[in-house]
Design a binder for this molecule. Structure first.
Ligand code: XMP
Length: 326
């Protein structure tokens, strides 16, 4: 029978056997999946693991600080932070196609890791240690949706499965590949991770990059980051964090509509709120959340975020919609 204790013991043993005496690196995304994967591997091999946090500039407000402070405090893990925001922005220049964005972000991610690996190998060089493994928080639904193993059609190439480049040099360690999200949270609790991390709502690896419908630019990122922070703040204040699985906040960057504010006409962008309820992200329903909270989010976003003059609510289930707009 399935227990979190048996999963942890089983995975710790499997990781030790796979990695042996070599070294591993793990990318922290700020989300629960990579945090739990890293904590599991840390438990198995301790200081043979170094976590790498790539700030790709597509993170939400405060996310970098949460990884640097809270996660490190909880696990004592070795962490290397790479600021790669400019590199990702350059690589995404002129690109609007969602799958193209995912491929680019996935590719750049791996390249930044290879760079980090080279640095870590150099640092450990004196001892002749080898960094041979890359830890990823891939879940069972990620594999199913990318067509892995089951031969089903590819729906979206999740950047950590289908979007990997061919020249990958690491052997993957994926201790969560048999688990669903709720099970991952239980394993996280078992490992002693703090509540805020364990019950963190899912956020896609490609980050805000796939929540801007259209080209990704610095200005659009800044705008979306503000709108997202407001929505998250109000959802938390309204006590909706547990009821809502996740709430993508999406910028329709190529759409403009007419509005009026003060004495003047505006011609701004719409922001879409996409609150969904789900068990495992494979299916979802739009959350019938209180109008009062929606009203506060709408008022604040249109007042506080320049160039946004309309907030709309997505009332589509999955299927036929996906949770993310891209
Ligand atoms: P969809 O949009 O396919 O999303 O209904 C299902 C779940 O997966 C997340 N998601 C991603 N996660 N890389 C990720 O790591 C991706 O490219 C990606 N696309 C979607 C999404 O946030 C939801 O939880």
């Amino acid at each position: 029978t399935w227990t979190t204790t048996s999963v942890v013991e089983e995975q710790v043993a499997a990781i030790r056997e796979q990695v042996g005496s070599k070294r591993a690196i793990c990318g922290l995304s700020g989300g629960v999946d990579s945090a739990v994967a890293a904590a599991l591997v840390q438990k198995a091999i301790g200081d043979q693991l170094t976590c790498v946090y790539v700030d790709h500039g597509l993170m939400r407000k405060g996310e970098t600080e949460q990884v640097e402070k809270d996660f490190v405090a909880a696990t004592g893990v070795q962490l290397k932070v790479v600021d790669a925001a400019e590199r990702f922005l350059n690589a995404l220049k002129g690109v609007s196609d969602p799958e193209q964005k995912r491929k680019i972000i996935g590719r750049e991610f791996i390249r930044v890791f290879e760079q980090a690996q080279a640095e870590l190998v150099a640092e450990a060089g004196a001892e002749g240690e080898e960094v041979a493994f890359l830890v990823q928080g891939t879940l069972y639904p990620d594999i199913v949706e990318s067509g892995g193993g089951t031969g089903t059609a590819n729906i979206k190439s999740h950047h950590n499965v289908g979007g990997l480049p061919d020249d990958i040099e690491f052997e993957l360690v994926e201790p969560l590949r048999k688990l669903f999200k709720d099970e991952v949270r239980m394993v996280g609790s078992e490992l002693g991770l703090p509540e805020e991390i364990v019950h963190r709502q899912p956020f896609p690896g490609p980050g805000l990059g796939i929540r801007i419908v259209g080209e990704v630019t610095q200005e659009r990122l800044d705008l979306l980051r503000e709108a997202d922070a407001i929505a998250r703040e109000e959802l938390t204040a309204a006590g909706l964090d547990r009821e809502i699985w996740q709430c993508p906040v999406v910028l329709l960057a190529d759409v403009r509509s007419v509005g009026v504010q003060g004495d003047g006409r505006t011609y701004g962008h719409p922001i879409v709120l996409r609150p969904v309820s789900s068990e495992d992200a494979m299916t979802a329903d739009w959350t019938r959340m209180p109008y009062e909270a929606l009203a506060r989010i709408s008022t604040r976003i249109t007042n506080e975020v320049a160039d946004v003059n309309r907030v709309v609510l997505d009332v589509t289930s999955k299927p036929p919609g996906t949770i993310e707009w891209e």
